[in-house]
Design a protein around this ligand. Structure first.
Ligand code: AMP
Length: 329
C-alpha cells in the first residue's frame, strides 16, 4: 500500500446484482432503478483505485496539481491550507477550447475509469487531483448536479464508504463550489496529510458530542451534524436508505427541507460524510474575496492558487471566509 493512504476493505455478502426480491418493501422505500450495468465486485475498489492511478499517471491522463501546505489555526480549528505550486497544467487544459456544453463525465476518459459501482454510478479518477486517489462517483447518464440526492446516490456513497475509509462529499450546486453540472459525489481518502490521521474538523465534531442531529457552538454558520451509528458490514443496499433518511433530516435542520415534488434542490449546500458522521452546510456563494470554497473547506482544508492569495487568506482568516460563503449565524 502506498504511503499516506489508509484504506480498509470490508467484504460485502450482498449479491453482485441488486435483486429486488431480497429487498423488503423495496418498491415502497428504496426504489433503486435497475439496469444491466456491471457492478463493483466487493472488496476490489481499493486495488482498482491504486492500479488505475498508477496507469493514469504513467499515461498522462491524470494531471495532479502539486501543492505545499501550511497549518493555520483560527476560531478553534487548525486548517490545512494548500498552496498550488504549479497551476500551469490545469490552466493549459482549461485554455483548450471546449464546446459550451462540454461534459467531462459523458463520455468520460477511459484512462480515468476506476470501476463500475452500481446500476446508476461508476467511479472515475479526478483528472486534476490535489490529493492522491481522489475518486468521483459519477452517474452513468446525465443527471443535474442541482437535483436532490436520491437513494441511488446514497447507494454509491454506501458502496464506496464500505470499501474505503475517507471523506465523501457533495458540492450541491454552483454556489456550493461545484464546477461540473453532471452529477458527481466525491471521495478523498484519509489522511489528508502525513502524521495527521483525522480531518481538521474532526475534533469540532467530536466535541459536539451528539446523540443524533445537532450543531457545534464552534461553527459560526448555518450547519447541522448527524452522528452515524451504522453497521458498515451490512450490505450497501440496506445502508443506502439509512443514509438517505439522515440526508433528509440534515436538509430540514439547515432550513432547506427536501421537497419530493421538485427534482432540483431549492438551495445550495455542502454535504460531508464519513463512516461516523455527516455534516451539512448551507451555502450563499461559491467564493469570498476570490477564495473559492467547496466541501473540503468545511472539512478544514483550503486551497489557494499562489502565495499572494495565501497572505490574503491569512488577513481575512479562514473561519471568516467560511462564514461568508455560508450563512452567518
Ligand atoms: P467539482 O469541481 O466539485 O464540481 O468536481 C468536479 C471535479 O472534476 C473537479 O475537481 C475537476 O478536477 C474534475 N475534472 C474536470 N475534468 C475532468 C475529467 N475530464 N475527468 C475527470 N475529472 C475531471
Amino acid at each position: 500500500m502506498p504511503m499516506g493512504i489508509k484504506l480498509s476493505i470490508l467484504s460485502d455478502d450482498s449479491p453482485p446484482l441488486i435483486n429486488r426480491s431480497v429487498l423488503p418493501n423495496c418498491s415502497a422505500h428504496c426504489p433503486i432503478p435497475m439496469t444491466n450495468a456491471q457492478h463493483l465486485t466487493p472488496g476490489t475498489l481499493h486495488a482498482q483505485l491504486i492500479h488505475r492511478t498508477q496507469q493514469a499517471k504513467h499515461s498522462g491522463a491524470l494531471q495532479p496539481i502539486a501543492t505545499d501546505y501550511e497549518l493555520l489555526t483560527d476560531g478553534g480549528l487548525t486548517f490545512i491550507v494548500r498552496i498550488v505550486t504549479n497551476l500551469e497544467r490545469k490552466a493549459k487544459a482549461l485554455k483548450t477550447p471546449k464546446p459550451k456544453d462540454f461534459n467531462p463525465f459523458l463520455p468520460y476518459d477511459d484512462d480515468l475509469f476506476v470501476s463500475d459501482l452500481s446500476d446508476q454510478h461508476l467511479g472515475l479518477l479526478n483528472k486534476f487531483n490535489v490529493v492522491d486517489h481522489h475518486l468521483l462517483m459519477v452517474t452513468r447518464e446525465f443527471v443535474s448536479q442541482d437535483t436532490w440526492l436520491d437513494v441511488a446516490d446514497c447507494l454509491a456513497l454506501a458502496i464506496v464508504l464500505r470499501e474505503l475509509e475517507g471523506l465523501a462529499f457533495y458540492n450541491g450546486g454552483w454556489a456550493a463550489g461545484a464546477s461540473q453540472t453532471h452529477k458527481h459525489l466525491q471521495m478523498v481518502p484519509l489522511p489528508f496529510i502525513p502524521d495527521r490521521p483525522d480531518l481538521p474538523i474532526s475534533p469540532v465534531i467530536a466535541a459536539a458530542s451528539l446523540q443524533s442531529i445537532g450543531q457545534s457552538q464552534t461553527l459560526p454558520f448555518v450547519h447541522a451534524i448527524a452522528s452515524l451509528s451504522l453497521d458498515w458490514t451490512a450490505p450497501s443496499h440496506t445502508l443506502a436508505p439509512q443514509l438517505l433518511t439522515t440526508y433528509h433530516e440534515l436538509l430540514a435542520a439547515i432550513g432547506l427541507p427536501w421537497q419530493p415534488d421538485t427534482a432540483d434542490a431549492t438551495g445550495a449546500y455542502n454535504l460531508l460524510v464519513t463512516r461516523d458522521w455527516m455534516l451539512m452546510v448551507l451555502r450563499s456563494q461559491p467564493s469570498f474575496e476570490n477564495i473559492s470554497i467547496n466541501s473540503l473547506g468545511f472539512a478544514g482544508s483550503l486551497l489557494v492558487r499562489n502565495p499572494q492569495e495565501l497572505e490574503h487568506l491569512k488577513q481575512i482568516g479562514p473561519m471568516t471566509i467560511l462564514k461568508n460563503v455560508g450563512v452567518s449565524l
